[in-house]
Design a protein around this ligand. Structure first.
Ligand code: NAP
Length: 487
């Protein structure tokens, strides 16, 4: 695997000089081109794993399973802690690599590395606090002892938008729980995953505990792994569409699933909100990762009294953003992941404008070889426009006007998704009341950023099943075992 571009100087070659990572061995290969979204140029070629390769990864995970499960929690913890340390020491190279293959601005990439590494630190701490329980039955007939055991071999599938953090959010709890894993990163951004596996090796992760493979044909390859009775867990982060397919696939072998799927976050601003704080929060909630985030604010519902000032303020801030290659330190909004993503964003914008929306800034793709879409604000968006219902995954803020609290809650809930929501109000009681009325797994109150390894991250409705992070995240990789005690 080679990287041939000027921007590769960001990456330590030792970090990405590897192929499929199975049983602690690197197997070079090719077949999946990796493209720099800022230029459209191919920057690397990574191996295309076959079903046989995937089965070898399951064999390797199986061979390592008993030893890892028996490794004392303190030792597992120390390995994860060293991995955190190594990620922190290599933060600049990792950020450069993320920016190179994903396109995101370096500041976003640095933020991602810090966030990603924190999952290893958090789970290094949680590894030594695996809970158990004892209680008496109400009748007094016997004692109930509950232990938690590692669930078994886990297949981890991650998307391209957070190539480091989505992997550590799964590997951290899995390893802390005592599971061995096979990570399949997104084809667009495999370099970061391979680099992190290399650091894991250096941190002391035994061979076969973490295996990484890339494939151009994820459907059959993942289906084969799920059909293997040794695989007991699927942890998936990606689109709701693929999540549905995988749930059906997992059902055939009744594999335990955690699903972190798509979002369509509403961002509610009430008349009594602090306007500047709401604008600051809106920029973070909308523009982190250039809008390519599952928690990205998609629908801005703004109360009539503050609406015009909010549109004016957001337009000024979005128009002032510097768009460019992620590797340029001045860039605030990098390219989209693919040309297809640009076309989808523009389709949503055009549809809204045909139905009466007006772009106060942006509104059309930028010319050139890279996949750039400018920060865009749409006002007067009709609620039946496709952009109100589909995930935008780009730097477009669609603004709607509302009159009453009840209307805002109703509009916020008119979606199949239920991941994140944001509420801005000077009245905390109201903000909490509105938060309670919104059907999501997470609510930001006067805050545009909610992701934190110590918090339970996840959605309701068609945004997913289960939670990652927080004190319960480790239990997604464990099974409760109940012992009935006669004494
Ligand atoms: P995606 O198309 O669903 O792909 C996600 C992963 O699934 C990739 O590794 C992909 O591999 C793999 N995949 C695709 N088809 C598959 C199949 N039939 N069987 C098994 N694996 C398959 O999603 P994406 O475009 O990468 O990511 C964007 C989506 O992720 C958005 O919807 C976003 O909201 C969601 N997301 C959710 C969260 C959350 O925590 N809720 C966080 C981040 C992103 P290939 O790359 O090889 O196709």
């Amino acid at each position: 695997m080679t990287i041939h571009t000027a921007t590769s100087s960001y990456a330590d070659p030792a970090l990405h000089a590897q192929g499929l990572f199975i049983g602690g061995r690197r197997e070079p290969g090719a077949g999946i081109p990796v493209v720099d979204p800022a230029t459209g140029q191919t920057i690397a070629d990574v191996p295309n794993a076959s079903i046989e390769d995937a089965m070898r990864a399951v064999d390797a995970a199986e061979a390592a399973a008993a030893g890892w499960r028996a490794t004392p929690p303190r030792q597992r913890s120390e390995i994860l802690r060293r991995w955190f340390q190594l990620m922190s020491e290599h933060a600049e190279e990792l950020a450069g690599l993320i920016s190179l293959e994903n396109g995101k601005a370096l500041t976003d990439a640095r933020g991602e590395v810090a966030y990603a590494a924190e999952f290893f630190r958090w789970y290094a701490e949680e590894a030594t606090r695996i809970p158990g329980e004892f209680r008496h039955t109400p009748s007094g007939s016997h004692g109930i002892l509950v232990d938690h055991e590692p669930i078994g071999i886990a297949v981890l599938i991650t998307p391209w938008n957070f190539p480091a953090a989505m992997a550590t959010r799964k590997i951290g709890p899995a390893l802390a729980a005592g599971c061995t894993v096979i990570l399949k990163p997104a084809s667009e951004t495999p370099l970061t995953a391979y680099a992190m596996a290399r650091l894991g090796e250096e941190a002391g992760v035994p061979a076969g505990v973490v295996n990484v493979l890339t494939t151009r044909d994820p459907g059959p390859v993942v289906a084969a792994m799920l059909a293997d009775p040794r695989v007991r867990k699927l942890s998936f982060t990606g689109s709701t569409g693929v999540g549905r397919v995988l749930l059906a696939e997992a059902a055939k072998s009744v594999v335990n699933c955690s699903m972190e799927l798509g979002g369509n976050a509403p961002f509610l601003v009430f008349d009594d909100a602090d306007l500047d704080a709401a604008l600051d929060g809106a920029m973070i909630a909308k523009m982190r990762n250039a809008g390519e985030a599952c928690t990205a604010a998609n629908r801005f519902y703004v109360q009539a009294g503050i609406h015009d000032a909010f549109v004016k303020g957001l337009t000024a801030r979005m128009a002032a953003m510097k768009v460019g290659a992620g590797s340029d330190p001045a860039t605030q909004c990098g390219p989209m992941i693919t040309q297809k993503a640009v076309a989808k964003i523009h389709h949503l914008v055009s549809d809204a404008m045909k139905r009466g929306a007006r772009a106060t800034t942006g509104g059309a793709p930028l010319p050139g070889d890279g996949f750039f879409y400018p920060p865009t604000v749409l006002e007067n968006v009709p609620v039946d426009a496709a952009i109100a219902h589909e995930e935008i995954f780009g730097p477009v803020a669609a603004i709607y006007r509302f009159a009453t609290e009840e209307e805002a809650i109703r509009l916020a809930n008119t979606t199949e998704y239920g991941l994140a929501a944001y509420v801005y109000s000077g009245d905390l009681k109201r903000a909490l009341r509105v938060g309670k009325g919104i059907e999501t797994g997470m609510v930001g109150i006067n805050r545009g950023l909610m992701s934190d390894p110590a918090a339970p991250f996840g959605g309701v409705k068609q945004s997913g099943i289960g939670r990652e992070g927080g004190v319960t995240g480790i239990l997604e990789f464990m099974e409760a075992k109940y012992y009935a005690l006669e004494f």
